[in-house]
Design a protein around this ligand. Structure first.
Ligand SMILES: [Zn+2]
Ligand SMILES: [Zn+2]
Length: 253
């Protein structure tokens, strides 16, 4: 299993940290988690064509996580010389299929019948079994509905991705002894925003979950302030490996 951070930022445009997007390769299957603005182009840059995608997972419907969803479906339908045969499976939190319906009212009814098989799943506390891997979800504390994901291979290697969340028991449960925990870390401790994590909170979650490697992502600018706080505070609470996510960072698991 290999993780590539496609976007380590949030909804604020930045040349350093792009909107959220995470690629997990399991054998030759690319799994995409969130697709903020520009994710599809960054996917091409790491050598994965959007046409290879069969499963795309969304943590919630905020635009910094979903902006490239409509462009993905449009590209799959209209790329010259390409006829999509494979099913595309889109996963999201409760209400996700309603979100697609509303998008179809805005962008056109083709979205619901895009000339290739499209399946949409609303997830809460779920566990999906695939050939050599499983995906488990639990609700996070952020927007009206948001979920986090745990991806685990048949060999027991695991990655957990929080999406956006505040402190909640579910993220600690989902991340229990994970090899890699990708946690959002939006604001410094003194600028705590409801629905998001600070460095100290993220560190406590990682410590309680007993994960091996904590990757902090979804940083809001100014990046130097929050990065300095991560460096100074997180190590004191969490003793495992700590990384600040960067665009195009790759981690083998
Ligand atoms: Zn976000
Ligand atoms: Zn959000």
């Amino acid at each position: 299993m290999e993780l590539t951070i496609l976007g380590s930022g949030c909804g604020i445009p930045s040349l350093q940290k792009s909107a959220p997007g995470h690629l997990i390769m399991i054998e030759n299957e690319p799994l995409l988690f969130d697709s903020g603005s520009g994710t599809l182009a960054r996917l091409l840059k790491v050598g994965i064509n959007y046409q290879q995608l069969n499963h795309v997972f969304y943590t919630h419907t905020h635009s910094d996580h979903t902006a490239d969803l409509i462009p993905l479906l449009q590209a799959l339908r209209t790329t010259p010389g390409y006829t999509r045969k494979n099913e595309i499976n889109l996963y999201g939190p409760e209400g996700f299929s309603d979100f697609i319906q509303v998008m179809a009212e805005i962008f056109g009814s083709w979205l619901l019948v895009p000339e290739f098989p499209l399946k949409v799943y609303d997830l809460g506390s779920d566990r999906l079994q695939f050939a050599n891997w499983t995906v488990a979800t639990l609700p996070m504390q952020h927007s009206r509905s948001a979920i986090g994901y745990r991806i685990e291979t048949a060999e027991g290697h695991s990655v957990v991705y929080s999406g956006d969340t505040d402190v909640c028991p579910e993220i600690i449960e989902l991340a229990h002894q994970a090899n890699v925990l990708i946690l959002e870390c939006s604001f410094p401790d003194v600028k705590k925003m409801k629905g998001h994590l600070t460095p100290s909170e993220a560190a406590q979650i990682a410590a309680q979950a007993e994960c091996q490697h904590l990757i902090l992502t979804h940083l809001y600018p100014p990046f130097d302030i929050i990065e300095a706080e991560i460096q100074s505070k997180v190590h004191k609470i969490f003793t495992g490996k700590i990384s600040i996510a960067q665009d195009f960072m790759k981690i083998k698991i």
